[in-house]
Design a protein around this ligand. Structure first.
Ligand SMILES: Nc1ncnc2c1ncn2[C@@H]1O[C@H](COP(=O)(O)OP(=O)(O)OP(=O)(O)O)[C@@H](O)[C@H]1O
Ligand SMILES: [Mg+2]
Length: 385
């Protein structure tokens, strides 16, 4: 890459920002930006790339200088029409949610912004942002935080509530034998309430930190099990449809915990679906390019197996959208608000992702899971990588 051209390109941007800014300062600004930025010339050769762009294309600046955009991104990609549009209109153009698939790149949900660079004939400045992955990761980290909060709460509850509670229950039972008719009723009430609180505490106990033992799991067998449980109980009045990709390889997970995750999602779907005409769709599919960075390491994990639960209910109420996966968030009468918090925790323990798209009449919870390795290793996923 010609450093003179890079400096000239940077100078052009600097002038646009502040006419007198020195070129060096502009290079430094571009270099420090956390977003990948490249400059293309009229032949789509790379004339500038900042360090995040090197990471994005997984090529050094020196190697990028030997390439054109067409060497790295399929020429039928929308990025090319965007670049042409920038040149034709001489104005900035943005495009979102692009898929960049090539032997080198596997990116989905990329936002690309292009702007003309008058200093370089036919020059275009491109910023590329791996939008949806960043958002997913952000949300995932939030869920981990929520789960961690709930697990601390679980320990506290077990310690401070469960033990004294059994004493209270035992005392009420003792009193009952010698109590009058009216007081016996009160003793029963105390015992029932103590049982209810113990159930809640036991549910909270599922949040405590334990390593997840993973193995290859046939997700369709898990979904069949969940469907049978649902149809015999809470979803007896709902039509459950299956749309499975039978060629899916096994997922890498813990069967019992995955059942728990899916039961919670299907139960919520059944509770949201209308009493008449309620529909739930269970879907599985293979999606290329869903990769996330493992927090705290340079490793990236592929999560190509998608499992979705869709319902035709009224949608997620606005007041809980922002805190959907937090514990004790509920809009239901008698709801504990623990289902999705537990889902978030178990999904994070699996190193997987969960997302939700919701509008009135259509709510989808989408779980992205890793494939079981060809030779399974008997190590659990890190609970908190
Ligand atoms: N499929 C859905 N459609 C509409 N709203 C939903 C759906 N799933 C969850 N919600 C909303 O998110 C809230 C939290 O769900 P969560 O499963 O955590 O708790 P809950 O179902 O209220 O109680 P619990 O699961 O502890 O019995 C629900 O109260 C509801 O408002
Ligand atoms: Mg629930």
């Amino acid at each position: 890459m010609s450093s003179t051209l890079a400096r000239r390109a940077a100078a052009g941007i600097a002038r646009a920002l502040r006419p007198s800014a020195p070129a060096l300062e502009a290079s430094a600004i571009l270099g420090a930006l956390p977003v990948p930025v490249v400059v293309l010339d009229a032949d789509n050769r790379f004339r500038f790339a900042n360090p995040p762009a090197e990471l994005f294309f997984q090529l050094s600046v020196a190697s990028l200088a030997q390439h054109t955009l067409g060497d790295l991104i399929p020429t039928d990609s929308r990025v090319f029409s965007l670049v042409e549009q920038v040149r034709a209109t001489d104005a900035p153009v943005s495009d979102h949610d692009l898929v960049l698939e090539s032997p080198r790149l596997h990116r989905q949900g990329v936002s690309v912004r292009g702007a003309p660079l008058p200093e370089l004939s036919g020059g275009v400045v491109l910023t590329l942002q791996d939008g949806s992955t960043a958002q997913k990761l952000d949300r995932q980290l939030t869920f981990r935080g929520a789960a961690r909060g709930a697990s601390a709460m679980a320990e506290m509850l077990a310690h401070e509530v469960k033990n004294p509670l059994s004493g209270i229950r035992g005392a009420a039972q003792l009193l009952e034998s010698s109590a009058s008719e009216g007081d016996r009723e009160l003793c029963t009430l105390i015992q029932d309430e103590a049982d209810r609180i113990r159930n809640l505490v036991e549910r909270m106990d599922m949040f405590s930190e334990r390593p997840v033992e993973c193995a290859p799991v046939n997700i369709h067998e898990v979904l069949d099990h969940v469907r049978r449980v649902a149809e015999r109980g809470f979803a007896a009045h709902i039509n459950i449809h299956e749309d499975y990709d039978p060629s899916l390889p096994p997922v890498w997970g813990n069967r019992d915990l995955l059942i728990q995750v899916l039961l919670n999602l299907v139960k919520n779907a059944a509770e949201a679906a209308p009493p008449v005409g309620g529909e739930i769709h269970l879907m599985t599919a293979y999606h290329h390019g869903v990769r996330i960075a493992v927090p705290g390491s340079s490793e990236r994990v592929d999560l190509p197996l998608q499992i979705s639960v869709r319902d035709n209910g009224g949608g997620i109420p606005d007041e809980v959208r922002a805190s959907l996966f937090d514990p004790f968030v509920s809009t239901k009468r008698g709801g504990q608000g623990l289902g999705l918090a537990l889902v978030a925790k178990l999904v994070a323990d699996h190193g997987a992702l969960i997302e939700c798209d919701s509008r009135p009449g259509r709510t989808v919870f989408r779980l992205s899971m890793p494939i079981a390795p060809a030779v399974p290793v008997s190590r659990p996923f890190p609970i908190d990588a």
